[in-house]
Design a protein around this ligand. Structure first.
Ligand code: FDA
Length: 307
């Protein structure tokens, strides 16, 4: 079961890297991807956020894009993020923002990437908002952490990042980032990583996930636990209740299109719940990671094909 699901995940991530598969999916898969993508445009995404807020669900808004090929694309994304921060403020909705470092140019020019992200973080600071830098694959882990710490060093503390439980280095990073006062979202990890850097067994990832959640909750440090996994959610609820950790010390995060009823249910029980809402046209890599995470996500898409 463990080995089977890992094999499924790796196979899907490998297949989705094939350019013919990508071309065919882009041509025929748009409607199916809509299950996980709020809208192609900012206006539509803001409406979705309003609907979620009315159900008591907070949001983090992501403009889709990653792995750009020219720095000029990064400038476009930076401007879109500035528009997005202003759009959230003008619409009066409750949402922070999430962005990806390679979307801002990390793979091409780290200094330019830093300047792009800094511009977005400054805009968010002026609007009283927060920026989450998503974590991508392991070649970018250290650079992402360094950027966040550098921003904090400049007094821009309205920025945090993501820590992946599957990485072997993760507990040391959590200790360091808690010390630096960086707000973290904790996840299992969504990329294909080699055994030298990442645990390969699901049970090891879950044990490490629980360990880093505990590192936060035990010290009263606010954290975001991003998972659809009932084992994790149930464990957090029990751990918090046994240790008298109040509901405002952590939040659950889930992705748009997944477990929406569970998101509303947790919110109605008084838990802080944040939905990650992606919008835009560059949906392919995001979408294929979702299919790789769970055979049921692929089944859901295949079933919809025949409706
Ligand atoms: P997983 O997919 O491992 O499923 C485990 C179990 O959960 C299933 O067996 C089932 O019981 C239950 N379950 C899962 N989905 C369900 C569903 N739809 N319905 C019913 N039951 C379900 N990754 C990364 O590398 N960098 C990042 O920056 C982020 N950011 C991020 C933000 C947010 C808000 C989320 C939710 C996730 C991320 N991730 C991420 C992705 C993350 O690393 C991970 O790949 C996925 O969340 C999948 O792992 P889960 O723990 O959600 O459950």
């Amino acid at each position: 079961m463990d080995i089977g699901s890992e094999l499924y995940r790796k196979t899907l991530l490998t297949i989705s890297g094939n350019s013919l598969v990508e071309k065919l999916t882009l041509k025929y898969g748009g409607k199916l991807a809509a299950k996980f993508i709020a809208s192609q445009e900012l206006g539509g995404a803001l409406q979705v956020i309003g609907d979620l807020n009315r159900k008591g669900i907070l949001v983090t808004l992501d403009h889709l894009g990653e792995g750009i090929r020219a720095l000029s694309e990064a400038s476009g994304y930076r401007e879109e993020y500035i528009r997005l921060v202003r759009g959230i403020e003008q619409a009066g909705v409750n949402s922070n923002v999430s962005l990806k470092p390679t979307q801002m140019g990390l793979a091409l020019d780290p200094e330019a990437c830093y300047a792009n992200i800094r511009a977005v973080v400054r805009e968010a600071a002026a609007a009283g908002n927060f920026v989450r830098i998503d974590m991508e694959d392991s070649p970018y882990t250290q650079a992402t952490i360094d950027m966040v710490k550098r921003l904090h060093g400049e007094g821009l503390t309205n920025v945090g990042t993501v820590i992946q439980a599957y990485l072997r280095r993760t507990q040391a990073d959590v200790r360091d980032l808690i010390q630096s006062g960086v707000n973290l979202r904790l996840v299992k990890g969504a990329y294909k990583e080699p055994a030298e850097v990442a645990y390969q067994k699901k049970s090891e990832v879950i044990d490490n996930f629980k360990a880093i959640i505990r590192m936060h909750l035990d010290q009263g440090v606010y954290t975001a636990i991003a998972s659809h996994d009932d084992t994790i959610i149930r464990w957090v609820r029990e751990y918090a209740s046994e240790n008298r950790i109040s509901q405002d010390k952590f939040e659950f995060q889930m992705l748009y299109g997944l477990r929406m009823n569970e998101q509303a249910r947790l919110a109605s029980e008084g838990y802080r719940v944040r939905c990650y809402v992606p919008y835009g046209k560059m949906w392919y890599p995001y979408y294929t990671r979702r299919l790789a995470e769970k055979p049921a996500n692929l089944m859901m898409v295949l079933q919809n094909m025949f409706r």
